[in-house]
Every structure is written in structure tokens, then in C-alpha cells.
Design a protein around this ligand. Structure first.
Ligand SMILES: [Zn+2]
Length: 468
């Protein structure tokens, strides 16, 4: 039996995850993420597919992060006939994430076309890869499944989703391929893979009997601080700010990180480690995503499940926590001078309501900007992390006097030790394909696994591996 995997994206880099598994009878795509890059590259690389979408027999989706699901609406526009299989939680998250992604693209294109018109440049009008509406409508192709529910994808492939413990509904995808009688092959896909001990989530499931494993390596060369450190740093930063009668501004990604921060804040208040000051979640997307967490609480860990089942006051609903929908309510927070915590998007401070909170608060030294997520190069978030003296918001320079606290311990990706431990607990495996990491990170984890006698390979983009 021969099975081929073509590594289409998310190899030796962390965005644009997509891989094509071809067997004797079927072509199955795993993930179809957006590649992030400079604007021209973004539109060019995400617009072309190295296969005919009409000929796919099934698409399997690991989780709702845009770098894994964000190009699905475009794939559908190019004629995808088949179904997209994923967990029920991922399906509901995707309805919000894909609509939001379409909206962001529409806004970006509108802005760009306006500038080009103003400059009198005769460039072709740009179009988004897909609109908000097309993002939402792509859900029609989705079919929802539960963890551990074996289902026949095609004539010769059966698939099962297992908990990857990375974000709500995230899966390790296991394919059992049976093209010839008496000859089975099992391929696992752990991209992305979570960590033990993350708030809200279970542990990654150990998969036995795999012949091949496709493994992420975002932090293949790094070790995270323990998650308990995140809670402690959060507590100290908040208490210091309250003593100065200031506000704590937390830029946060709407999916998972916002809910983790809310969860810890609830714990800190319950344990009386911080006073019950008002907390505002000022992100319509984060508010809607939190609703998906409430609906799909069965995917969460035991402790959270019990808390959400038995009490009216759960981790996402407590007295001093307020979800803000209206834009005017958001703006009026500026007139409220009490100490408070504001969680707002976007995560890297590039757009969204966080901008007006930063503009109104970063010049005063009594306030704190609390960074809980990754900030890419050239973003406003990165400039704040670097504590640059002046930062530009809405085209105006502001002096950065607020305290800046960076908490790195929140990561939802396994670090190098956790990746090694995971692979070792799944042995024997014939070969581990290392993807979803910058080259250095992939090489690091490949080296560590090789030292333990494990066969590894870091594919090039568009490389095709033949598995026997
Ligand atoms: Zn992810």
C-alpha cells in the first residue's frame, strides 16, 4: 500500500497549515489555514491552490484558529464539493472566526482602495479573499462530530478526533487507512498540540498504534514557564495598579486567551487574592466566543464542567464581570475613573477597541498594560512590549508611561519538553514529520527526538512523502 502526504503549508513556518493525504481511493485535505505575511504575499499565496478543490473527497479540520481554518471559505469559492469534518465546538467557533476574518479583509481592502484612489494610483481594485457573509456561509459545508467518534470518511479511510488540549474543541486527527486487505496504516496529526495543566482544558490524548505522526513545533526549542506563574504575575500586576488607583488594560485574542484570563480573574477574586474591582470584556467577538464555551462546556476539563453545571455563577459569569456590546458603553469607560480591568481586542493591538483604551490610558504611569499573548514584529503590541518611549495610535504619538507587564506563561502550545514527552508516550512510531514551526524550532525538536532514537523528517514546502 502506498499513501502520499503532500505538505502544502505550515512547514518551516507557523501559518497556512494544510496537508493533502492521498490514498488509492481518496484525496483528503487536513486543515486549510491562512498564510500570514505582507499584504501582497497574503493575497497571492492564499489565492492559489496546488490541487483542484473539486477533486477532494473530504476535508478534516483540527481547530478554529485562522492559520488552520481561515482559507476554507476561499476553498469553497473555488468549487469544493465535499464535506468539512470537525468537532461540534470547532464548527461553532468557526462560524464566528471565519465571519470575523472576512470582515477584517473587507475593512482592509476598503482602506487600501481608498488610499490608492486618494493617491490617484491606477491600481486594480483589490478584493477580499472572502467577505464576512461568505465566511459565515461556509459553515453549510461543515459536519460536526464528537471526540472519539469513529467515522468512515471515504471507502478506505476512517477518521477519529481526539482531544488535543490546545483550544476549545481542538483535535488530534487520527486516520486509519485500509486500501488493501490485511494492511492498515495509522497516521496521526497533532498540529497544534496543547499542554498539560492549561486552565479550562483537558490533557492531550495519547494515541497508540500510529505508524506516522505529523507534529507541530512552534516551541520546538523553548521551555515555557509553568502556568501557575501566569496567575501569580496577573495577581501582582493587578494589585500594584489598584494601589496606584489605575486601570489594567489587557489586549487579548478573543479565542481562548480571553477566556483563560477571565477564568484566572474569577479564581483570584474567589481566593481573595485581588479585590473585586469591575472587569470589562470589551470585545464583541470574545463575548460571542465565550457563549460557545458555555454551550460546549462538555469539551472542558472536569473542574470547569462541574462549575458550569452546578452553579449560576460560573467561571464566565460572576458579579463584577461585564460584557460590553455597545460602542458607546465602551467609550464611556474612559469617564469612569475607578480602578478596573479592561480586556479588549485585538490581541496584537493592531485594530479594534483596544486602540482607544490604549490611547486613553498609556500616558499615565498609574495604569498598566498587561501583555498575555504573542506580539509579532512591527505591531503596536510589539512596540509596547519593547517599552518604546513613544508609540503611534490612530496616527498620533503618545508617550508610553504606563507600566508594561509581559506574561509569557499562557502559551497553548506544548514546549520542547512537552513535545518530546508526548511523542515518547505514543511510541513506537515509524517516523515523525515535524511541521508548524520556524526552521530553527523544527530542527531543535527533530534533534532532540533523534537523540532518543526516533526517526524524524522536516519536510520542505510542497514536498511529497511516500509512506509504505
Ligand atoms: Zn492553534
Amino acid at each position: 500500500m502506498s499513501v502520499r502526504i503532500k505538505f502544502l503549508g505550515g512547514v518551516q513556518t507557523v501559518t497556512g497549515s494544510s496537508h493533502l493525504v492521498s490514498t488509492r481511493f481518496s484525496d483528503i485535505l487536513i486543515d486549510c489555514g491562512l498564510f500570514y505575511g505582507r499584504r501582497d504575499e497574503f493575497y497571492e499565496l492564499n489565492s492559489s491552490f496546488k490541487y483542484n478543490p473539486r477533486e477532494l473527497d473530504a476535508v478534516l479540520l483540527s481547530h478554529a484558529h485562522i492559520d488552520h481554518c481561515g482559507n476554507l471559505p476561499n476553498l469553497i469559492k473555488r468549487g469544493l464539493h465535499c464535506k468539512i469534518y470537525t468537532t461540534s465546538a470547532t464548527k461553532d467557533l468557526c462560524s464566528l472566526m471565519l465571519a470575523d476574518s472576512g470582515k477584517v479583509q473587507e475593512e482592509d481592502v476598503r482602506y487600501l482602495n481608498k488610499i490608492n484612489r486618494r493617491l490617484g494610483q491606477r491600481q486594480r481594485m483589490r478584493r477580499p479573499l472572502y467577505t464576512e457573509k461568505e465566511g459565515r456561509h461556509s459553515l453549510r459545508k461543515f459536519r460536526a462530530l464528537s471526540y472519539r467518534q469513529r467515522f468512515k470518511v471515504t471507502k478506505d479511510v476512517t477518521c477519529t478526533f481526539y482531544d488535543a488540549a490546545h483550544i476549545l474543541g481542538s483535535s488530534i486527527i487520527v486516520l486509519d487507512i485500509n486500501s488493501d486487505r490485511n494492511n492498515n496504516m495509522r497516521i496521526g496529526y497533532a498540529v497544534d498540540l496543547g499542554r498539560k495543566g492549561l486552565p479550562l482544558l483537558n490533557e492531550p490524548t495519547i494515541i497508540e498504534g500510529m505508524d506516522y505522526l505529523i507534529l507541530e513545533s512552534t516551541y520546538g526549542g523553548r521551555v515555557h514557564s509553568p502556568i501557575a506563574e501566569a496567575k501569580n504575575k496577573l495577581k501582582d500586576a493587578i494589585n500594584r495598579t489598584i494601589e496606584r488607583s489605575g486601570k489594567v488594560i489587557i489586549p487579548s485574542f478573543a479565542l481562548e486567551r480571553a477566556q483563560e484570563v477571565i477564568y484566572f480573574l474569577n479564581e483570584l477574586i474567589k481566593e481573595k487574592q485581588i479585590p473585586p474591582i469591575p472587569i470589562y470584556v470589551d470585545s464583541p467577538l470574545a463575548t460571542n466566543i465565550t457563549d460557545v464555551f458555555r454551550t460546549h462546556y462538555g469539551y472542558l476539563d472536569n473542574e470547569t464542567r462541574m462549575a458550569m453545571k452546578s452553579k449560576k455563577e460560573g467561571p464566565f459569569d460572576f458579579v463584577n464581570l461585564n460584557y460590553i456590546a455597545d460602542r458607546n458603553d465602551s467609550k464611556s469607560l474612559n469617564n469612569d475613573k475607578r480602578p478596573m480591568i479592561i480586556i479588549a481586542g485585538s490581541g496584537m493591538c493592531e485594530a479594534g477597541r483596544i486602540l482607544h483604551h490604549l490611547k486613553n490610558n498609556i500616558t499615565e504611569s498609574k495604569n498598566t498594560v498587561l501583555v498575555v499573548g504573542y506580539m509579532a514584529e512591527n505591531t503596536l503590541g510589539k512596540k509596547i512590549v519593547e517599552r518604546q518611549r513613544y508609540v503611534r495610535i490612530y496616527g498620533v504619538e503618545y508617550e508610553l508611561n504606563a507600566e508594561v507587564v509581559v506574561i509569557n506563561a499562557f502559551s497553548g502550545h506544548a514546549d520542547k519538553n512537552e513535545l518530546c514527552e508526548y511523542v515518547k508516550s505514543c511510541l513506537p512510531i515509524k517516523k515523525v514529520f515535524i511541521v508548524h514551526g520556524e526552521k530553527e524550532q523544527s530542527e531543535n525538536i527533530a534533534g532532540l527526538l533523534s537523540q532518543s532514537g526516533i526517526n524524524t523528517h522536516i519536510p520542505e514546502k510542497y514536498e511529497e512523502a511516500v509512506l509504505t
